[in-house]
Design a protein around this ligand. Sequence first.
Ligand code: HEM
Length: 130
Amino acid sequence: MTDSPTTISMYERIGGSAAIDLLVDRFYDRMDTLPEAKTIRAMHADDLGLIRDVLKRYLSEWTGGPKLYTPEKGHPRLRQRHLGFAIGDAERDAWLTCMRGALEETVPDPAARQELDRAISGLADWMRNR
Ligand code: HEM
């Protein structure tokens, strides 16, 4: 029997920081160009550079990789941080359209992709505030 760790993080399963970087870049590329994402794109700064970096840090930590978010920003309080933006079903759906496309493009393992999709969809549901 080989000595293997009992739990492998989602971060490791999908390929670590390179995979997170690619996922987030493809996500914001979609938000920047898809007509159905126009409303949520307009909520963001003109320059998406900063938020790309923040989401990479957040997802690194959230998937069980290096803690790159909380040391800099403190407790995520993600719902609270979104209260200033009107997020209803339509905004959630637009956000998830961008994320699902990015997941399809960058996470080849179907099981990992499905698990991530489910977990992120739950988070996006919870972010609604209208
Ligand atoms: C459901 C629809 C969502 C919409 C419309 C939305 C929109 C936004 C907007 C407008 C910002 C501010 C960007 C800026 O400062 O320029 C933001 C920040 C952020 N969002 Fe979302 N978001 C959504 C869901 C999510 C989800 C599901 C996650 C996590 C997987 C997430 C993670 C983040 C993070 C980490 C930040 C940065 C917070 C900080 O300042 O530290 N968002 N979001």
